[in-house]
Design a protein around this ligand. Structure first.
Ligand SMILES: [Zn+2]
Length: 413
């Protein structure tokens, strides 16, 4: 029996060899610290696509890697903060596409180097030589180009009574002066949000089964009627709605808030709210489960951050604020609403960590969405990280690295 398996394994290896770069991959100039090249072959890549909105580079193999011997890639790249990171991304049978591609979050796609991780005949991990993405054709795309075929809802744009003419004017200078330009502004944000949560429109439709497809959306600017909120999504007799509090625009009109700040903040707030329209959820009720707030409010802030809607200072300070890793005090958990683990904290507490995990898999947020569907009420960040990144990763260790990155970024600014 064992011999038969061995024969199959060798046959598979020969097949993969046929698809390999004949010169043993592309050797690149500078190796990352502590890394030495090893004899072996990198899979031959077909092409690479860089989403400029999300800073995600996806490399596609020419042929699907053989799951019997292919374990994944080690990738060296420049982070969004401009530092160098080298991580192992393991292919994962939970996600068959991980044998066809890998995705890297990087500020500069041309600096991405990768090598394949193979299982040798003794089942040990071996490495190929390094290959460099700059040898490949890299095609730049926007989220709108990734999400072709998406039909936006019919918008109903409403300004409520109580909004001053100056505030309305300030708002229009951000989202557009007439209806078509406002619709284009909202649609553009939809496409950025959707492309962060789903691979493409077909993937989105498959998740949605048409049942939740958004056909209309009322976008309201008005005095906030929900205490403590900047904006919210809800519904009324006409269907779904998004309400944005006009207070921030009033403060721009009065000169106490800069237009530059308001422009960035409103874009970010809208990305968060629009995420609530499209995101996957888990079937437990608010307050019944300590993971609920991370799943809903954490994820919405993860998408906001991935779409570049969060100030760097806010992102870094949030990472540094939530220590220690475990804290069951009433203050931290808001009397047991969530927690006690750091990745159960709502908003940026868990969300900015979720988006940072894209360094370990550029598709992390898309895969996270599918774990919410698959794991249902058993969903937690801890379970999802294992499911997506594999057993060799531990969420606590990753959290510690995330905090170290934030510290380094904090002192370099
Ligand atoms: Zn929210």
């Amino acid at each position: 029996m064992k011999n038969i398996y061995r024969l199959i394994s060798i046959a598979a290896a020969v097949l993969v060899m046929a698809g390999c770069v004949d010169k043993g991959g592309y050797v690149f100039g500078t190796l990352p610290p502590g890394v030495t090249p090893v004899e072996g072959e990198a899979l031959q890549a077909r092409n690479a696509v860089y989403n400029t909105d999300l800073s995600e580079l996806t490399v596609y193999w020419r042929a699907t890697a053989d799951a019997k011997i292919y374990k994944g890639v080690e990738v060296s790249f420049t982070t969004l903060a401009g530092t160098q990171k080298t991580v192992k991304m393991y292919a994962n049978k939970n996600f068959p596409s991980s044998f066809d591609r890998f995705c890297v979050l990087t500020v500069n796609p041309e600096t991405v180097n990768y090598r394949c991780i193979w299982n040798n005949e003794d089942g040990e991990e071996t490495m190929s030589e390094w290959a460099c993405v700059d040898e490949l054709p890299i095609r730049n795309v926007t989220s709108a180009e990734v999400f072709t075929g998406y039909r936006p809802p019919k918008f109903n744009l409403v300004t409520k009574e109580g909004v001053s003419a100056e505030a309305k004017k300030a708002y229009e200078s951000i989202v557009g002066k007439d209806v078509p330009s406002q619709e284009a502004y909202y649609t553009d944000l939809f496409l950025k949000v959707l492309s962060t949560i789903f691979y493409n429109n077909t993937d989105y439709m498959a998740f949605d089964y048409g049942s939740r497809a958004l056909t209309t959306l009322k976008c309201i600017l008005g005095p906030m009627d929900l205490e403590g909120a900047l904006a919210y999504v809800s519904g009324d007799a006409d269907g779904p709605l998004m309400m944005l509090g006009s207070e921030i625009m009033e403060s721009v009109a009065s000169g106490s808030t800069s237009m530059e700040y308001a422009e960035f903040e409103i874009r970010g707030v809208l990305i968060h709210e629009f995420t609530h329209i499209f995101q996957m959820t888990v079937p437990y009720n608010s307050g019944d489960n300590p993971n609920y707030y991370a799943c809903i409010e954490g994820f919405a802030d993860a998408v906001r951050c991935a779409c570049k809607g969060v100030f760097d200072s806010s992102r870094i300070n949030t990472a540094l604020k939530y220590q220690p890793y475990y804290d069951d005090s009433a203050e931290r958990t808001e009397n047991g609403k969530f927690g006690p683990y750091v990745w159960q904290i709502p908003y940026g507490g868990s969300g900015f960590f979720m988006q940072w995990l894209r360094y370990y898999d550029g598709d992390f947020l898309r895969k996270l969405s599918s774990t919410m569907v698959l794991m249902k009420e058993n969903w937690s960040m801890e379970m999802a990280v294992k499911y997506i990144l594999g057993d060799s990763y531990n969420i606590k260790t990753l959290w510690e690295e995330y905090v170290e990155d934030a510290k380094a970024e904090n002192t370099s600014k």
